[in-house]
Write a protein that binds this ligand. Structure first.
Ligand code: BGC
Length: 430
């Protein structure tokens, strides 16, 4: 694990889209900032700007307001799922030396980008004073750590390899909603049946959701080890297995709604399943929060299962919060981080967000059945890192691969995508 992280950190050095300026390293003021003495506004940057994501943020802010009645939460959210708009806005702000008090970042390679660019304060002493090292899973802490220093506080764990399906649409096509397809071939056969009923088999939206679908299909085709190898260099991007994966992705894409690029984000794609205008949507489990918020009943209106061919694998990502170098209100930022890391904060936030708590000691009685099953799976499945959500590769690698996947949406040229992906991997692995 440590070896993988340093490889990715090395890749990040070569490839920073986030210029290495603005970071002042660990300033005594940040280390000494005392949350108990915090005053004023705390500006927090996320991409949880609307719908169920905003509801999750609101639940967290409510706890923050209860715990720190004298502080004012300043919501700096920039809309766009998966941070598709927010990350470049944030990069510009960091580059200009204008950081927020805290910002959302994915655990793993994405966080390494900011660390390597010297844009984050080391939170090791915060972890010590709050006694946090024992309350998060070690795998997760490893993804927040570089050279023994830990740089962010995780709020949650999401899963990116889940299919959400409309029960009525499946039944009309003669499919049993309780029996998910065992592999990609069975799933494609089911989608042929759905197509014959005149309903779109698979809902997807614009580029980042296509990248997430691509990641799922590669995982299903290559298995956990082969998929991991795409990011650590042990799987050859030019191999026949990868060709097969891209061909499978092409087939999956052929079942999707033709207006995919005009759907503004993941919400409208998931909505197609809620409305019965599409059968399936491959989406991270923030979709569970939307189904719940919209009053849909699991087992009756919708069902969920791991993307066929990925059973037993948990495609992991986690949101975490940072203390940027040069944050205007470091004491306020630490108060925010205390709320995030608290049992109450993790319980309220995750119950509303569809994710599972990063802490392992949070009461989950009022969590949905889906969330309870995700907690179970996270403890027993093989964990792999999500591509589309910052866990597997640095931001610059993801951006270039996303451009190639987006081009493929128009051309369907398997060979061209494979060659581009191979040369991108080579560039960033050096
Ligand atoms: C974030 C989730 C968010 C999802 C869709 C992911 O990258 O980790 O918290 O719900 O994007 O915006």
């Amino acid at each position: 694990m440590r070896r993988r992280i340093s490889m990715l950190a090395g890749a990040a050095v070569l490839s920073l889209t986030l210029a290495a300026c603005g970071g002042s390293g660990s300033s005594p003021s940040a280390d000494e900032a005392n949350p108990a003495e915090a005053t004023g506004e705390v500006g927090v940057f996320t991409w949880w700007a609307d719908g169920s994501e905003k509801a999750g943020l609101d639940a967290l802010v409510k706890i923050f307001n209860d715990q720190y009645p004298d502080l004012k939460f300043d919501n700096l959210a920039v809309a766009g799922g998966a941070g598709s708009q927010a990350k470049s806005v944030l990069a510009a702000q960091l580059q200009a030396g204008n950081p927020p008090d805290s910002f959302q970042a994915h655990a793993g390679a994405e966080l390494q980008d900011y660390i390597v660019a010297d844009q984050l304060e080391d939170l090791s002493s915060f972890y010590e004073s709050e006694d946090l090292t024992s309350v998060f899973p070690k795998d997760l802490l490893d993804r927040l750590t570089v050279d023994g220093k830990i740089y962010s506080v995780p709020s949650n764990i999401h899963r990116a390899n889940v299919v959400w399906a409309n029960v009525e649409v499946l039944e009309k096509a003669g499919l049993d909603p309780e029996k998910p397809p065992a592999d990609l071939d069975e799933w494609f056969a089911a989608m042929d049946k759905i197509k014959a009923t005149g309903v779109t088999p698979l809902a997807v939206a614009g580029t980042w959701t296509q990248v997430q679908l691509f990641e799922n299909i590669m995982l299903a085709t290559l298995g956990a080890e082969g998929y991991n190898g795409l990011w650590d260099g042990s799987t050859d991007w030019s191999s026949a297995e990868v060709t097969k994966g891209i061909e499978n992705y092409k087939k999956a894409l052929s079942y999707t709604n033709s207006d995919r690029n005009t759907l503004s984000d993941w919400g409208p794609a998931t909505q197609l399943v809620e409305d019965g205008s599409a059968a399936y949507n491959v989406m991270g489990d923030w979709a569970e929060a939307k189904f719940q918020q919209d009053g849909m009943v699991a087992g009756e209106d919708y069902v969920y299962f791991p993307t066929p061919g990925t059973e037993g694998v948990f495609d992991f990502l986690a949101d975490s919060f940072t203390l940027p170098a040069g944050a205007p209100n470091p004491a306020g930022a630490k108060a925010w981080l205390k709320t995030i890391s608290s049992v109450e904060g993790q319980e309220a936030f995750n119950a509303a967000k569809g994710s599972i708590p990063a802490r392992t000691d949070v009461p989950t009685d009022n969590f949905s059945e889906y969330q309870k099953s995700a907690i179970e799976d996270f403890s027993s499945d093989t964990i792999v890192s999500s591509l589309a959500h910052g866990a597997a590769v640095p931001i610059s690698w993801l951006n270039e691969l996303s451009t190639a996947v987006s081009k493929f949406e128009g051309t369907g040229d398997v060979d061209a995508l494979q060659k581009s992906a191979a040369s991108i991997a080579e560039k960033f692995s050096q």
